[in-house]
Design a protein around this ligand. Structure first.
Ligand code: NAI
Length: 623
């Protein structure tokens, strides 16, 4: 044993010294004559007769993130892979880490995502990669259980770790590197028709901050809900991430991060890039609906304002949240036996003057003005607090433009605390979008209950640890009279022997149906009136039994029926608003004739996850 080890050492020494000798001989010879030609060394290039996704989906040819840019351009792969090339060795390391420690080796940071959720996510993801019909059948049949796995909150973990768990190309990657060539890149996408795009720049993924190119996970998750919840055909949706860099140092320093390694692009260059993306996708897919997702506050509203009067776009964080909250308030009115018009007489206290809180407030004010009061009068029904207390005209320092119209005129109340505001304003609705867990106390809710028989409490801040109060606290502090909804799921509870429902203000109620209606109805734009109709029709989906229990939203399990009703209402309103395209005359006629025919038409456009017979037609025929 010892002898053989020594022998190996000697051999190694001898061969390395002979190598040194040989290399000096080569150097000397190079100076005099060209290197010898070795006819035994063959060109290792391999001929490929496939392009695009066919290469990526063929395990024999696929190199995944290791394809270099010469190959990507030649094989039509640009846009189908993350922008940064990952060396072969790094791919090996990524796999070996998973092999050794499993996919859940990165601990979830959000308490609502458990290793068990991740295991289930992986099972669903691998099913989706091999059989989409089966995937959607299972997702739809178990929607309430599985939506939190394919979408939020589990999708947040996926985005945080996208560079570690990446396995199969899905979605379109556009980056700063593609400036000037985006049209050709969009043509690399295999589908001839696309009905819906969800696009993010990864700058504010859920509550998790800037995740750069990893944000693609949220576009994928959201479109899974479009397909399961509203029947968009899985082959006609396109998840997109626009990689403009990231300010997340942890990702920038990670060897496996495959986004651009640069700080985020800002200013005109940023908007020019997004404009180019819009032009490129609309040139190829002129009727597509584009949903903006998880853009940072400084860009989200500006982008919405930039495109919403020209194209079929919406922003779920701004418009979807507001529409969902309004739907919940209509639901609470229904629980109290009141009609939608009672919205105009509600009194609101809102904690949180950020994008979520103020998006909700300005939309509610517009909706109230539909019910017999002016928008000016509606604004007087709001009391807005931020971290410094009540916002009034007496505030020193900067008040953002979108908050100023809602500042109270009673300057002497500037900075008043929540309890004083509740005593003064006597609200019927208390909304929390403050990001402060436990902000609402027994004093606050007790005070509210003194003057309101059935107060509505909406604790919207996510995740669970940031809820302003829990369902149990609300029930206890309002003596079971509070109507409660939260941003994250909360259990129903029992007070004094009576079951008290807890609802979830989940945007999932709205965005699938809204998008379906806008798409099937061939709307040119999405108007506020269309959004308001979506909120109103949500209430019609709550059963009498659910209302009796105090639920302000219907059960998510009936998502297809909810989406169908919302879609019909959205189409009807689009027709009333005159924003449908000329070619949608048939839909217009149906919308004018009544709900039944329209419902049948929209339903016929919804993808059903069934095994339909497949018929072979050779390429080039009937395309
Ligand atoms: P943000 O950080 O932009 O705004 C937070 C606001 O709360 C700021 O105006 C801040 O001054 C205020 N605030 C902080 N402490 C406060 C206190 N003690 N009292 C009153 N106000 C206080 O956050 P953003 O984007 O507006 O989101 C707020 C929350 O809403 C987040 O937790 C987010 O997860 C949640 N959200 C929930 C949704 C839903 O349930 N469907 C949808 C969108 C957001």
């Amino acid at each position: 044993m010892m002898r053989s080890r020594i022998a190996r050492l000697i051999l190694a020494r001898t061969s390395s010294s002979s190598c040194r000798h040989a290399s000096s001989t080569v150097t000397e010879r190079r100076e005099q004559e060209p290197p010898p030609y070795n006819p035994d060394i063959k060109d290792s290039s391999v001929i490929v007769r496939k392009k695009g996704v066919e290469v990526l989906h063929d395990p024999w040819w696929n190199k995944g993130t290791s394809f270099n840019y010469v190959e990507r351009d030649a094989l039509g792969l640009r846009g189908l892979l993350p922008p940064c090339e990952i060396p072969f060795q790094k791919q090996i390391e990524r796999f070996m880490t998973e092999y050794e420690f499993g996919i859940a080796h990165v601990a979830p940071k959000d308490e609502t995502v458990t290793p068990e959720n991740i295991r289930k996510w992986k099972a669903l993801e691998s099913l989706q990669n091999r059989n989409e019909v089966l995937f959607y059948k299972i997702l739809l049949d178990n929607f309430e259980e599985m939506a939190p796995i394919v979408y939020t909150p589990t999708v947040g973990w996926c985005c945080q770790n996208f560079h570690l768990i990446y396995r199969q190309a899905r979605g379109l990657f556009i980056s700063e590197k593609d400036r000037g060539i985006m049209s050709s890149l969009v043509h690399n996408w295999p589908a001839q028709k696309i009905h819906a795009i969800v696009v993010t720049d990864g700058s504010r993924i859920l509550g998790l901050g800037d995740l750069g190119v990893n944000g693609l996970g949220i576009s994928i998750g959201k479109l899974d809900i479009y397909c399961a919840g509203a029947g968009f055909h899985p082959s006609r949706v396109m998840p997109v991430v626009i990689d403009v860099g990231t300010n997340n140092e942890q990702l920038l320093n990670h060897p496996l991060y495959f986004g651009l390694r640069r700080q985020r692009l800002e200013g005109d260059a940023y908007y020019e890039l997004i404009d180019e993306f819009m032009r490129a996708v609309l040139a190829r897919y002129p009727n597509v609906l584009i949903q903006f997702e998880d853009f940072s506050t400084n860009h989200a509203q500006a982008l919405l304002d930039r495109y919403r009067d020209h194209h079929l776009v919406f922003n779920d964080d701004i418009q979807g949240t507001a529409t969902t909250v309004l739907g919940g308030i209509y639901g609470a009115l229904a629980v109290k036996g009141l009609s939608a018009s009672a919205l105009a007489s509600q009194q609101f206290v809102v904690c949180g003057a950020g994008s979520a809180g103020m998006g909700v407030v300005s939309f509610l004010a517009k909706a109230m003005s539909k019910h017999g009061i002016t928008e000016e009068e509606a604004r007087h029904r709001f009391w807005i607090l931020d971290v410094d207390g009540l916002i009034t005209s007496g505030r020193d320092g900067h008040v953002p433009d979108f908050v100023r119209p809602f500042a109270r005129m009673d300057a002497e109340l500037e900075g008043a605390d929540l309890l004083s505001v509740i005593q003064h304003a006597k609200p019927t609705v208390l909304i929390g979008a403050s990001t402060v867990g436990g902000l609402f106390t027994s004093d606050h809710l007790g005070e509210m209950t003194k003057h309101c028989d059935r107060p509505l409490v909406m604790a919207l801040s996510n995740p669970t640890s940031k809820l302003e109060c829990t369902s149990e606290q609300c029930a206890a502090w309002t003596k079971g009279r509070g109507i409660y909804a939260a941003g994250s799921p909360q259990p129903d509870c029992v007070y004094d022997g009576k079951e008290v429902a807890s609802s979830q203000a989940n945007n999932m109620y709205i965005f699938p149906g809204l998008a379906l209606g806008a798409s099937v109805g061939k709307a040119k734009v999405i108007t506020d009136a269309m959004l308001m109709k979506a909120s109103e029709s949500l209430v019609d989906c709550i059963t009498a039994e659910e209302l009796e229990r105090g639920s302000i939203y219907p059960k998510l399990g009936s998502i297809r029926e909810i989406s169908l009703e919302i879609a019909c209402s959205v189409i009807e309103q689009a027709v009333r608003d005159g924003v449908t395209k000329a070619e949608s005359r048939a839909v217009e006629v149906l919308a004018e004739q009544g709900r039944e025919g329209l419902r049948g038409f929209v339903r016929s456009r919804m993808f059903q996850p069934n095994y339909d017979p497949l018929v072979y037609v050779p390429p080039g025929i009937g395309e």
